[in-house]
Write a protein that binds this ligand. Structure first.
Ligand code: SAM
Length: 245
């Protein structure tokens, strides 16, 4: 059975939300296009069962991570986790960190929520919201150990490129949220975007690139669906790792 998100979760506004201009309001440029998701029964059940435990609603208030996770482990934020396969693997293998995964795509969000709930991954919390707004409103400056941004939408057409996530103003926000020594780890199969990332990060004064150019792959990063698609098209996979000084 499949259900449309518009007709369920009337009690959880951030899960019902579908981007719309029906009310005529101005919509700023977003790094994603939001559509209704058709959810399978296990995804609906996952939300009903686990959202209250592992989900975080959007709020105009800074988070206290000690309260959120119940411990003081360093926090890594993953932006745009897609179906969440890397998130789940990394959270299990590197459990010395807490992970806040942010994704707007409800189907992927609820799929990962199902895994996190069933496996009781206590070091993971998930948000279904625009990461840009989450960072600005909810994340204290100097609080984050690392950012993972794996295969962000490349927006390849010239006139769409303004939607790309990694641009100077956003790179500055990421940097402000990092602790000293914290890292930003991006991977892309879109070569021209990879060079844009290197360039953008090189313009942020508090960031340094220990590799000068692209970084060697981290052995702990699993291959994702988007990576497989890129590899099938013989696209180069480029890794970017920069640190806050
Ligand atoms: C190309 S997919 C990659 C997914 C996953 N990281 C992977 O490697 O398979 C990019 C994802 O980023 C999400 N996304 C884009 N902009 C976002 C934003 N501002 N906030 C949260 N998620 C976003 C999209 O919904 C999409 O699922």
């Amino acid at each position: 059975m499949q259900e449309n998100q518009d007709t369920i979760f009337t009690d959880i506004p951030e899960l019902q939300w579908v981007e719309s201009r029906k009310d005529g309001t101005f919509r700023e440029i977003k790094s994603y296009v939001l559509r209704s998701s058709y959810l399978r029964t296990f995804q609906i059940e996952a939300i009903r069962k686990y959202y209250g435990v592992f989900g975080l609603p959007f709020q105009e208030k800074k988070l206290n991570f000690t309260d959120v996770f119940g411990n003081d482990k360093p926090v890594v934020i993953e932006i745009g986790f897609g179906m969440g396969t890397s998130t789940e693997r990394i959270a299990k293998d590197r459990d010395e960190y807490n992970y806040l995964g942010i994704e707007v795509f409800l189907s992927g969000f609820s799929k990962l929520l199902d895994r996190v709930g069933k496996e009781d991954l206590k070091n993971v919390r998930l948000m279904r919201f625009d990461a840009v707004q989450v960072l600005n409103s909810m994340i204290p400056d100097g609080s984050i150990a690392g950012f993972h941004i794996f295969f962000p939408d490349p927006w390849p057409k010239k006139k769409q490129q303004k939607r790309r996530l990694i641009q100077f103003p956003f790179a500055e926000i990421l940097t402000r949220k990092l602790k000293k020594g914290g890292y930003i780890y991006c991977v892309t199969d879109w070569e021209e975007y990879a060079y844009q990332m290197l360039d953008v990060f090189s313009q942020v004064s508090d960031l340094s690139n220990p590799y000068q150019g692209f970084a060697p792959p981290r052995t702990w990063r699993p291959t994702t669906k988007f990576e497989q698609k890129g590899l099938a098209q013989k696209n180069p996979i480029n890794e970017i790792w920069v640190e806050k000084i």
